[in-house]
Design a protein around this ligand. Structure first.
Ligand code: 3EB
Length: 326
């Protein structure tokens, strides 16, 4: 069964990676800076400092050799079934206007995956520094939402087609957007405990964040669940002011979300610990030990989690978790 599954995600050590494998769609590392080279499009290092010494490498492995390349500033790799791609935008080109940089990145990505014949955006990640610096009365995350919204509206991409997403602050310059697209759409999953992000009230920014809470992708042989960055938000409000209570609320959100994915995910039984990969973004590095102990207590010591330092989309959020069942 696994042989027919077009995509598998593995956590590997550097020594396990030493053997070459032409089926690697993406090899994602975490460090102090962004290292993205169009000449090596399947290798990405993101400026998300790992908070553990033994942080593994995230590897997306296909069931056949990939075709990789670059299109100007955009790197990609694909098989018959799946397209992975990324862009690194130098904000200086846009006078450091994050809305312009985001609009450009999304224009490029949206045009590219469609032109390549993979019209369904399944999952997207957005990383840039200084999320909460204010420029012209707008914080940079809100400016990002504005630019992203403009590009999506033009395509147009409707609410029901929005991919699952993550948006997190990095420690190095540049806007990195990377994505997974397929030939056929996934199924959008919303969280019954949360207002859809695209219906957030205006006080969170002039344009709502454009993402769905999760995408369920029924790949042949094995469904995948791509869970967006999930925070301590109920309705549309941030809840709690301490990191552990926020973490407990996130676990409730993850359970609700997995529950609403329904039958194809029945093996998960609302259990986030059964996911293949959890990425835990921690706002303050000194919180990581407490976060890790609480998460292991709740999900078991074997829960596959990567802990990374990152700013979160609202200034009052101290921790966020994304999940992948693959
Ligand atoms: C939230 O639920 C938290 O703007 O792409 C999580 C995941 C968040 C993705 C995005 C934002 C995004 O609103 C923030």
């Amino acid at each position: 069964m696994s042989e027919s599954t077009p995509l598998t995600v593995r956590l590997l050590t550097e020594s396990e990676l030493a053997t070459r494998d032409p089926r690697r769609l993406a090899v994602i590392r975490f460090g102090q800076e962004n290292l993205l080279d169009p000449a090596r499009p399947t290798e990405l290092t993101l400026a998300l400092p790992p908070l553990a010494a033994d942080t593994p490498v995230e590897v997306w492995e296909a069931n056949e050799p990939v075709a990789a390349g670059c299109d100007h500033d955009l790197g990609y790799a694909h098989t018959r079934d799946a397209l992975f791609g990324w862009i690194l935008v130098d904000e200086a080109r846009f006078d450091h206007d994050m809305d312009q940089a985001a609009e450009y990145a999304y224009d490029r990505v949206l045009a590219f995956h469609r032109a390549m014949g993979f019209p369904s955006l399944l999952r997207i990640w957005n990383y840039f520094p200084h999320l909460h610096d204010e420029v012209d009365g707008l914080d940079r995350y809100q400016a990002f939402c504005l630019g992203r919204h403009r590009a999506l509206e033009r395509v147009p991409l409707t609410e029901g087609e929005l991919p699952a997403a993550t948006a997190i602050g990095t420690t190095a310059p540049g806007l990195v957007v990377y994505f997974l697209a397929g030939r056929e759409p996934g199924i959008q999953i919303e969280n019954p405990r949360q207002v859809s992000a695209f219906h957030y009230p205006r006080r969170y920014g002039p344009k709502s964040p454009s993402f769905s809470r999760a995408t369920l992708k029924p790949w042949p042989g094995k469904p995948h669940l791509y869970i967006s960055g999930t925070a301590s938000i109920v309705g549309h409000e941030t809840l709690h002011t301490d990191v552990i209570t926020q973490l407990d609320e996130i676990l409730e959100n993850l359970r609700a979300l997995i529950g609403s994915a329904g039958d194809p995910m029945a093996t998960l039984e609302g259990n986030p610990g059964a996911l293949s990969l959890l990425k835990v973004y921690v706002r303050h590095a000194q919180d990581v030990d407490a976060v890790r102990s609480r998460l292991q207590e709740a999900l078991g010591p074997k829960a596959p989690a990567i802990y990374l330092r990152g700013d979160i989309c609202r200034d009052d959020l101290l921790v966020e978790i994304e999940g992948l069942h693959a």
